[in-house]
Design a binder for this molecule. Structure first.
Ligand code: ADP
Ligand code: MG
Length: 478
């Protein structure tokens, strides 16, 4: 039997080579979140979660990737990086206030509801800022645009407290750690703090964890790491967003030093992430415990009342730009009741309605909303893999009983399948390590972590094993 390698398998192989070439730190920092999308003639399409990563890979690794792609696929002369979070409707939030498009683009906009932002191959929009310029702040993310409700009131109050503190005044908790699923307002809140504190003349630095990594690595290369560290320690307020992306041992060490010296120097730190510190598996234990040592606040999903008020607020903002816009209370209710996941989707929904109204001239009614938002509602239903499914599939595949899988037995024939099942649970479901541990016969989360690492390591070293895991994943993930 000759194995037929798909493009994706070739990509897995390329990643393995990069891992060996670059070492674990650089590889996990830059490549674990790159996804192979497709290949078309001489062009390979990859996607990454952030614009930052796109620029970074483009400028630093494009040539090496081209060589590897040519080896795998033949004459490849172009790599396009798309930003996954930028795969949003053509009419992006900011376009709402711009004038109506002219007729031809109007038609095009209606035909292509989704656009990918692809890097023009020669453009670099990474400005070379000075050592301590932060990540860009969005002027719309102020406290006045943030709607408070039951699910975010604690986070809101804590953020306000930090923002209103005078320079050098302690607010009684440090760091402030805010965690929530995507789209629930973490970035908005952090930036609101940054805006407010800046306005009072405090020295504020807002950075995504990724930007922090980049700054640090760039400073190391330019041999200005000392200046970078000194400068970092001279600020009043440090805000780090998307902490879950902080990767690489050396970067974490540096981050840990920064955190310690700021907190010990009574300077305020605010961190946001998509999960609590205990679940930041890739983070060093010391960083985790330091992060967990302040005030931990979770923002929960908004209830219908908060959703209604967020939608109402959005509509008001849109109306400021186009005063003739009319969206009835019934439509606002419809959106609040049906778009249930996050602030980001609510935003998207309002933009969609306004765009439809501007492009087609149709009044915004509940029927129209139903149509316009149909795909928005549908795309938010990804297939959910259940831990039970994983246990069933794995026990069948390895011919061990489910009871054995969950038992304390430690014979090899049981241990490996159990580790694989735990690994799959981590990879395919949103469950946290402690939760997975509980579901596997009440095991500790460190056992799960060990299993995940073990399986990753084995898959990295053994092609056949990696294929087997991949096959199980496809079986489960559809
Ligand atoms: P996160 O960083 O948690 O993924 P963001 O802060 O980027 O989420 O929020 C996503 C979008 O939803 C933003 O446009 C933000 O303004 C909006 N949003 C989320 N929560 C609220 C809220 N409570 N009030 C107003 N807007 C909100
Ligand atoms: Mg965010």
């Amino acid at each position: 039997m000759t194995p037929i390698h798909s493009d994706r398998e070739e990509w897995d192989r390329i990643k393995l080579r990069l891992r060996v070439e670059l070492g674990e730190d650089a590889f996990t920092s830059w490549f674990t979140r790159v996804e192979f999308e497709s290949r078309d003639g001489s062009c390979v399409f990859l996607s990454v979660p952030t614009r930052f990563l796109k620029n970074w890979l483009h400028s630093r690794y494009r040539d090496r990737l081209l060589v590897l792609f040519r080896e795998a696929f033949g004459p490849i002369d172009q790599i396009e990086f798309a930003v996954r979070s930028a795969m949003r409707p053509v009419v992006a939030p900011r376009d709402v206030v711009t004038p109506l498009p002219t007729a031809p683009t109007r038609a095009a906009a209606l035909q292509t509801p989704v656009v990918r932002v692809v890097a023009a191959s020669t453009r670099h929009d990474d400005r070379e800022e000075d050592v301590l310029a932060g990540s860009p702040l969005d002027p719309r993310y102020g406290f006045d645009g943030f709607v408070e409700g039951r699910s975010n009131s604690l986070a809101f109050a804590a953020a306000r407290r930090v923002a209103d503190a005078r320079p050098g005044e302690s607010v009684g908790f440090n760091p402030l750690y805010i965690h929530a699923a995507v789209g629930l307002g973490k970035t908005h809140l952090l930036q609101a703090v940054a805006h407010a504190a800046k306005a009072q003349g405090r020295r504020v630095l807002y950075l995504t964890a990724e930007h922090f990594m980049y700054r640090f690595v760039a400073a190391l290369m330019a041999q200005s790491a000392i200046a970078f560290k000194e400068a970092l320690r001279g600020i009043d307020l440090l805000l780090i967003d998307d902490m879950q992306f902080l990767q690489g041992r050396q970067v974490q060490q540096e981050f840990c030093h920064t955190l310690n010296s700021l907190i010990d120097g009574a300077r305020q730190v605010v961190v946001a992430a998509d999960r609590p510190p205990a679940d930041l598996e890739t983070l060093d234990e010391r960083v985790r415990s330091r992060l967990a040592g302040g005030l931990l606040v979770e923002i929960a999903a908004p209830d219908v009342d908060l959703r209604r008020r967020i939608v109402g607020h959005r509509v008001e903002v849109a109306r400021r730009a186009s005063p003739s816009l009319e969206i009835s209370a019934a439509v606002i209710d419809y959106v609040a009741e049906n778009v249930v996941s996050s602030g980001r989707d609510l935003d998207g929904a309002v933009n969609r309605l306004v765009a439809h109204n501007q492009l087609t001239g149709q009044d915004i009614s509940v029927e129209m909303a139903e149509l316009a938002l149909r795909d928005l509602l549908r795309t938010r239903e990804p297939r959910k893999v259940k831990i039970e499914d994983i246990q069933r599939v794995v026990s069948k595949h390895f011919n061990v009983s489910k009871a054995d899988l969950l038992s304390a037995r430690r014979t090899r024939t049981v241990v490996r399948p159990r580790q694989i099942a735990m690994y799959l649970a981590k990879a395919l479901t949103p469950r946290s390590l402690p939760e997975i541990g509980r579901r596997f016969g009440n095991r500790d989360h460190t056992t799960v972590l060990h299993a995940v690492r073990k399986i990753e390591e084995m898959a990295g070293a053994d092609r056949g094993f990696a294929d087997e895991i991949e096959m199980l994943k496809r079986l489960l993930d559809g």
